[in-house]
Design a protein around this ligand. Sequence first.
Ligand code: MG
Length: 382
Amino acid sequence: MKQRKLSILGSTGSIGTQALEIAAYHPEYFDVVALSANSNWQLLADQANRFRPDYLLLCNGANKAAFEERLSYKPKALMYGEQELGGLASIGEADIVLNSLVGFAGFLPTVAALKAGKQVALANKESLVAGGEIIKDLIDGNPGRLIPVDSEHSAMMQCLAGERNERIEKIIITASGGPFRTWTKAQMAGIRVEDALAHPNWSMGDKITIDSSTLMNKGLEIIETYWLYDIPFDKIEPVIHPQSIIHSIVEFVDGSSKAQLGPPDMKVPIIYALTYPDRLPLDTPRVDWAEPVELTFEPVDFERFPCLELAIESGRQGGHAPAIMNAANEVAVERFLKKEIDYIDIAKIVGKSLEKMDRNTDLTIGSLYDVDQETRNLAKLI
Ligand code: MG
């Protein structure tokens, strides 16, 4: 594999730090040329001092002076403010842009990187959920332009290597079920923030951890699947698989199924996206097949996890509905984390926002932003 020049948007988060560990493990294959962080200026400076990228962006510039003081070298460009993310995503030097921003804020950088001809490793699922129609046009049928950094979609992509999408009968997307898989509805009414942040298998950022616990994450992933692989919603089947060893299954028209397996470790989908269509060695845990391995499956309980149905339904409706669902969920999760609302209110806020928002306009980048903002305003008051 030729050396690849890598930009990381959101380098201080869970995906960003793991991607840098991979870059450090394979310095001959990855040259880090740009990093961005939201507000963790200390870690951004430490990462920069280690990898010496030419471009640095700190979105929250409140600690600008201390940040610059901590840098041990002089980058070509130092940028401040979230509005610079699109510019950073399209710098000429980069081959691959890893977008690990959180929420709809990641949408424009994805668009900017694709327009600039970059390969995008996408860990920001919200940009595809809300703006899938626009992003799909930019990819123009070339799956190598946008590679998912999500264990399920990476699994699907690996199962689909050498296959034709039109020969898919269905895709079985696995879900761990999260920390409340076995909780009763009555128990779920009293869920605390600490309970929801304790994911049994995956270590991730706060937003996605809450989304995993409500199964909203699976709903977002079903919409992602629809856009990435052009599969109708009724052919995407979620199933609970508590061990998180099978990351998804593709069933083909001849009755054959392929699954991709491995211990739950985000470094695997990250390195696959960064090396696609090649692979490189990585010292991640392996399944020990000499030991008994239990792989179990259960149906999804849509009644206890109403967010899943809300997400799928918004995906089926299309247009602005997924953007409304996504914005309402972002606000609801934030409010839950701040202990302003109860856990079960997350689904209520999403449902009510979908009912109340008018969505009958043509979909453009501008209209997506308007709808996103209006939904946020509304969801804050429900
Ligand atoms: Mg996932």
